[in-house]
Design a protein around this ligand. Structure first.
Ligand code: AMP
Ligand code: ZN
Length: 471
């Protein structure tokens, strides 16, 4: 098997990927906080996970992947209380909207989508282990992690803990880089109506960071091969996940490879709900954009590079997709000539493998730019042969196979042959159908009706007789 190398944020280097079990590559990705529609920045992070999945499959691995759904945090509580709704009632429509967005973008389904509120017992269990290790203290009914007692604190984000103000802490789920403080594990309820759980460690609700440590355990028992998220999650979120999971279970391996995807920007600034500079997928689709072009745009920049979103870039993406698609359409148009080969000497592989050089590009830390340059070389070369009419049946089928394998990664192409049917041919089919009906040969009439339907023809009974039109 060819090798994949990933940039591991933990070491800062590209490392050869060696999962513990090749037939079960465990990947955990931080998913959405469900209180609104995802914006394109969030979707870029989720598309990176899709690229990772498709690449693992192309290399012959069997992925076992998780994306969590954060269905409890400060923002969700604030919004649900304002709307007088319970947590489930409030989050359910946003979970559905998230799933719909993934589907529109042709993002493959993962094996697990756990919700934080289903993992409360594991959270309590982790806190009990941390208490046994002397890493927890209480203040006003809430429980905090004492980060100065965990010797590896800062190993992922390389944050400097020496200037840390000991005993200062954060109650909120998110805080700024460079300000290192103890973080909350379990929050004592402060206001009426706030959701809370009665547990062995007291009544309250989890801090955001604890949720992911617990969901990793609930799905996988211990740790994972790969953990992903946007770069903004490196500190404090992922640093705190490490402190929790490794602090509670020092004898277990938590994460071997940390992969972080860069931000989508607007006018040079991170796209964010709080800044109001965001687009949702729905906004763009309403304006006429095609999801597959948005998918292509968000995938086409390397995951560790920032990408500035503009409408011009989206237009360029749409042109790139059309360029590849047009080449495929030409190959498909010429493929009737190649059709005898389907059942004669050339058997089309329905699940073709990517050629080695394409795999080599992906295996180099998901080098999508190199991958796309190989795709466009193939387009150019195919068009050249098509122009000259010098392409053999095998050549056409072989190239179509290549594009099918390429699309197992890109997920934006179509391989349906658009058959141009002449009006005279349709007239003839309609006439045959009328005749079959007249002769009471209803089976034949039905067959012809289905055929017309397949060709997108609608039949209409009018005063002037039977008419047909294209859908
Ligand atoms: P959230 O729903 O805010 O918890 O974020 C879900 C995912 O989207 C996380 O992995 C974030 O790091 C990622 N994310 C948020 N904003 C951006 C952005 N502008 N560009 C890329 N990823 C982002
Ligand atoms: Zn997380």
């Amino acid at each position: 098997m060819k090798e994949i190398r990933f940039h591991n944020s933990l070491s800062g280097n590209k490392e050869v990927f060696r999962p513990e079990f090749p037939d079960r590559v465990r990947v955990y990705s931080c998913g959405p906080t469900v209180y609104n529609f995802a914006h394109l920045g969030n979707l870029r992070a989720f598309l990176f996970v899709d690229l990772l999945r498709r690449t693992l499959v192309a290399f012959g691995y069997k992925p076992d992947m998780t994306m969590n759904i954060t269905d409890i945090d400060d923002k969700i509580i604030r919004e649900s209380l304002a709307q007088g709704k319970g947590i489930r009632e409030f989050t359910e429509p946003w979970v559905k909207a998230f799933q719909e967005d993934l589907e529109s973008l042709n993002i493959q389904k993962l094996e697990h989508y756990p919700r934080a509120t289903d993992s409360i017992p594991s959270m309590v269990e982790i806190i009990k282990h941390l208490q046994n290790q002397g890493l927890v203290y209480e203040k006003d009914g809430s429980l905090y992690y004492s980060i100065s007692k965990f010797k590896n604190y800062g190993k992922l984000s390389k944050i400097d803990v020496s200037g840390m103000k000991t005993g200062t802490r954060y109650d909120t789920d998110e805080y700024e880089k460079d300000d290192v403080r103890d973080f909350v594990l379990w929050k004592f309820p402060k206001q009426d109506g706030e959701p809370s759980w009665e547990t062995e460690i007291g009544s309250g609700r989890p801090g955001w960071h604890l949720e992911c440590s617990a969901m990793v355990r609930d799905v996988y028992g211990s740790g994972v091969d790969i953990h992903t998220g946007g770069v903004d999650l490196t500190f404090p979120h992922h640093e705190n996940e490490i402190a929790q999971s490794e602090g509670a279970y020092p004898e277990e391996s938590f994460v071997k490879y940390w992969l972080h995807s860069e931000h989508l920007l607007v006018n040079g600034e991170k796209m964010a709900k709080s800044k109001g500079n965001f687009f949702t997928l729905r906004d763009l689709v309403k304006e006429g954009a095609e999801p597959r072009n948005i998918r292509f745009l968000l995938l086409s920049a390397h995951y560790r590079s920032k990408l500035n979103f503009t409408k011009e870039r989206l237009e360029e993406a749409s042109q790139s997709v059309s360029k590849i698609q047009n080449c495929i359409n030409r190959l498909l148009e010429d493929s009737p000539k190649a059709e005898p080969a389907f059942d004669q000497d050339y058997e089309m592989d329905s699940n073709p493998r990517l050629p080695n050089e394409f795999l080599g590009a992906l295996g180099d830390d998901l080098n999508i730019s190199k991958f796309l340059s190989l795709v466009f070389e193939l387009v150019k070369d195919s068009n050249h042969y098509l122009d000259k009419g010098k392409i053999s049946r095998e050549g056409i089928l072989h190239r179509l196979e290549r594009f099918i394998a390429i699309d197992s990664i890109l997920g934006v192409l179509s391989f349906e042959r658009k058959v141009e049917v002449l009006d005279s041919e349709i007239d003839e089919l309609v006439r045959q159908r009328q005749e079959a009906r007249k002769n009471k040969n209803f089976a034949e009439a039905d067959r012809l009706r289905d055929k017309l339907n397949e060709l997108g023809i609608i039949l209409e009974d009018t005063k002037e007789g039977l008419r047909w039109k294209r859908k």
